[in-house]
Design a protein around this ligand. Structure first.
Ligand code: NDP
Length: 310
């Protein structure tokens, strides 16, 4: 069996190959180079260049080293019938939940204020109790990651609303779905967490019309993708003080260009796409299990639906 690897940093691709061998998969490793035509059974990639798929032949499947497949699906040379396999969690959901809980505390407990006060050596706190019920949390995307976030945020005591494409139920959580459920979901939300996949249906979903439905003084935590947000609409919602703040991990252009107004906006906090790091060993373990299963004649798990785009 031959497996072709691509990662922008070639050292990492070599590490993946070694980890896959340690998982008992027997294969010849190929490390993709431009201007080289190769034949391989599987590809394991993150952000391959467009020409990758013009030069690799005979693939049975491509494994994406992440949960979000939007970049891969945008590759114009990706064969229409090639199964694209995503990572199912691989501990990302837990890390993203940790990020979200910190971000929620930053908003509801005003932790930023204390950082500023410390710089002035000022001891000044508020005695106001941050009642959970004042901060209903809305989670857009109730999949592998959204469900873990919802469970933990619900366990903390916050009212939790979720929004998905298809109908869902979960104990103690108010589930909304589809276009018809969107308005009510947004109107129920004071802290909006976006963890949707980027698809043609979800691109620009955080626009002026939808942000206007949020409760006054609401905040956004975006850990989905940058193209979910219409940047100017978010800035306007913040400047008009309809919204109080935004904690953003993902951006339309990454790295975020130095001239982008998000950098210096007082109500925006930025992290450089670190909320859901890939646990390489767990990811490779998952890929190894899937290759073993397929080689044993079982169906390949984790294949995304090319129609819905996730
Ligand atoms: P899943 O595929 O498990 O879940 C996706 C959820 O979004 C589902 O609940 C789905 O609805 C819902 N959804 C999809 N399309 C629509 C739509 N048009 N309208 C309403 N709901 C919709 O994905 P994951 O939870 O694993 O990951 C979600 C995303 O998180 C990834 O695609 C990626 O973009 C992002 N991510 C970001 C990371 C980071 O570091 N910032 C790291 C990892 C992931 P339904 O349940 O009905 O299918």
């Amino acid at each position: 069996m031959k497996i072709v690897f691509f990662y922008p940093n070639p050292d990492k691709a070599h590490q993946w190959a070694a980890q896959l061998k340690a998982e008992g998969v027997e294969f010849e490793a190929i490390f993709w180079q431009p201007d080289q035509t190769v034949s391989a059974d599987y590809a394991i990639v993150w952000l391959p260049p467009e020409e990758f798929f013009t030069s690799v032949q005979d693939l049975q499947a491509v494994f994406n080293m992440g949960a979000g497949v939007d970049a891969l699906l945008n590759n114009k040379y990706l064969p229409a019938d090639l199964p694209v396999v995503r990572l199912d969690d691989a501990e990302m959901g837990l890390k993203m939940t940790e990020y979200v809980v910190h971000a929620i505390a930053q908003i509801t407990r005003r932790l930023d204020q204390y950082t500023a006060l410390q710089q002035q050596k000022v001891w000044s706190g508020t005695a106001d109790y941050p009642y959970f019920e004042k901060w209903p949390v809305g989670i857009m995307g109730f999949g592998r990651v959204g469900q873990q976030i919802a469970d933990v945020v619900h366990a903390l005591g916050y009212p939790v609303h979720t929004w998905s494409r298809t109908a869902k139920t979960a104990e103690g959580i108010t589930c909304h779905h589809g276009q018809t459920g969107l308005k009510e979901f947004l109107r129920s939300t004071k802290i909006l967490i976006n963890v949707l996949p980027l698809t043609p249906d979800t691109t620009n979903i955080l626009n002026a019309e939808n942000l206007a439905q949020l409760q006054p003084g609401s905040s956004l935590i975006n850990i989905g993708r940058g193209h979910h947000v219409v940047d100017n609409d978010l800035l306007q919602a913040l400047d008009s003080q309809h919204m109080a703040g935004a904690i953003l991990d993902v951006f339309r252009t990454e790295p975020l260009p130095s001239e982008h107004p998000f950098w210096s906006h007082p109500a925006i906090r930025i992290t450089p796409h670190i909320s859901g790091p890939t646990h390489a060993a767990k990811a490779i373990q998952q890929i190894a299990q899937r290759i073993h299963a397929q080689q044993a004649g079982l169906p390949l798990e984790g294949v995304i639906d090319r129609q819905t785009g996730y």
